[in-house]
Design a binder for this molecule. Structure first.
Ligand code: SF4
Length: 487
């Protein structure tokens, strides 16, 4: 088979799609905000722990002590960045926080959010989850008009537009700025006396509202509310702006309505299973994806084995519907980091073995159904299938709890380029031969919709090549490819 994935290191175009060196999708970003609590920064710090799975490159906190904004940021995981004295320094009853996995802009401290500026509208800080598809174009126009950018992030464009807006107050300037942007944004803003939360009209990324006593919380996922004993109230609706101030929480609908396109992949992989996202339990949807997969792609087998951690809940659903026992035949090493020293002698499947190890006593002489959430380049699936076979499995059947990934995401999820996605150019049987499985079955798009309960309000562009907001490069690609789906 001709497909040979690129081994290039990560590289990213400004405002565009990242080229990743790992055979996985990467998380995006997470935002968190607190209004009206004496321990606002501390709560935001804890909230970021709850959102850590959405971004591990950098994290930051900004608080308002009433007369100025205070900030702390760093590279790496939340627990390693913030020391007790740094969080204590962030005084005030208002705070916002951000964890980042860069989907636009380089990975370095200057791009770590929240960003903070002092403008004629006062001090403003912003934290963003999503990707703005026209950021390069707007930025070029601003640069030609004299704006000087500090970062390579698409998010900074919003701050420049706010600062230049002719609107007299921050809320109107935020609306003015966002009306010029296209793409995906779930945003939290902090000023000296208020917190603002906004979701783009299509609602690509989640944003929820919670309460803790009299305090208001905004968060990318509800699992972060549980961590601080806050109560989930509701989602910020697509196209809604909430302003939280002394006057309480006020809701506005300042943007023209657009067809809702919430990211279906939040259920497949990104969101934590203990979160409530887009009005549904992630755990329940993920399990239903596995159940639908069992109905659509049945197989005679002895055991169902999840590829941990992402395949666990779908495997549970598959096992229940298929009536095949679930066994944890692959054990994940949670503590592995990057390895710089590799054995001189060739050890079979060494890279994958660092993360996963097969349980020989469970796999030996069994017909195994492996469950994963997706196949990106196929290289990791191929290694895992070989590893399970080498551990004694008689047959290895691979089942995927989503449709084939045929296109990259332009709305805030880090995906390899189209050419590196194996399903963009190969049939299911070609992929089966490449990964060396006895059989391979994907869930259909219709099966995914059945699992989430509807079709209308979801984006599924990475499975269909039908992009709800055209991306400049995508417009060209779609024209060339005739917008045709493979598989
Ligand atoms: Fe989600 Fe895929 Fe749409 Fe991106 S393209 S928003 S990953 S469904």
């Amino acid at each position: 088979m001709s497909f040979e994935p690129s081994e290039r290191k990560s590289h990213k175009t400004r405002g565009g799609v990242r080229r990743s060196d790992a055979d996985r999708f990467h998380d995006e970003c997470g935002v968190f905000a607190v209004y009206g609590h004496p321990e606002a920064a501390n709560l935001a710090y804890l909230g970021l722990h709850g959102l850590q799975h959405r971004g591990q490159e950098s994290a930051g906190l900004v608080s308002s002590c009433g007369d100025r904004l205070l900030e702390e940021k760093g590279m790496g995981h939340v627990a390693r960045i913030f020391k007790r004295r740094q969080v204590r320094r962030l005084k005030g009853d208002l705070a916002i926080g951000h964890v980042r996995y860069s989907t636009a802009g380089k990975s370095n401290l200057i791009n770590a959010q929240p960003f903070r500026i002092d403008s004629c509208k006062g001090e403003i800080a912003i934290a963003h989850n999503g990707n703005l598809v026209n950021a390069d174009e707007v930025r070029s126009g601003l640069e030609r008009a004299g704006s000087i950018f500090r970062t390579s992030s698409d998010t900074e464009v919003i701050l420049h537009l706010i600062a230049r807006s002719a609107q007299p107050d921050v809320e109107s300037a935020v609306v003015d700025a966002l009306k010029q942007m296209q793409g995906a944004y779930s945003l939290v803003f902090l000023t000296r006396d208020r917190v603002i939360g906004v979701r783009d009209p299509r609602g690509f990324r989640p944003l929820s509202i919670g309460r803790l006593g009299n305090a208001h919380i905004l968060t990318s996922e509800s699992c972060a509310l549980d961590l601080i004993d806050a109560t989930f109230i509701r989602d910020v609706e697509p196209g809604e702006m909430v302003v939280i101030s002394e006057a309480g929480l006020k809701s506005y609908r300042p943007f023209p309505a657009a067809p809702v396109a919430q990211c279906i992949f939040e259920y497949v992989y990104f969101s934590r299973p203990d979160s409530q996202v887009f009005g549904r339990s992630v755990h329940a949807v993920r399990k239903r994806l596995g159940g639908e997969l069992a109905r659509e792609q049945p197989v005679e087998a002895d055991i169902v084995v999840p590829i941990p951690d992402s395949g666990v809940y779908a495997a549970l659903g598959f096992s229940e519907v298929a009536g095949i026992p679930l066994e944890f035949g692959l054990v994940r090493n949670h503590y592995v980091g990057r390895t710089f020293i590799e054995p001189r002698q060739s050890i079979r499947h060494f890279g994958v073995k660092l993360k996963l190890n097969p349980v020989r006593s469970l796999l030996e002489d069994r017909r195994v159904v492996l469950i994963d959430d997706s196949i990106v380049r196929g290289t990791t699936s191929r290694k895992i299938v070989s590893m399970v076979r080498a551990a004694g499995a008689r047959e290895v059947h691979l089942r995927i709890s989503s449709a084939p990934t045929v296109g990259p995401c332009y709305y805030g999820v880090d995906t390899p380029r189209r050419a590196e996605l194996i399903a963009s150019s190969h049939s299911v049987d070609e992929i089966r031969r490449y990964v060396r499985a006895d059989s391979l079955g994907y869930l259909s798009l219709e099966g995914m919709y059945r699992a989430v309960g509807e079709e209308q309000s979801f984006c599924s562009a990475c499975y269909t090549n039908r992009y709800p907001v055209p991306f400049p490069e995508e417009t060209r690609v779609a024209r060339l490819a005739g917008n045709r789906r493979k598989d």
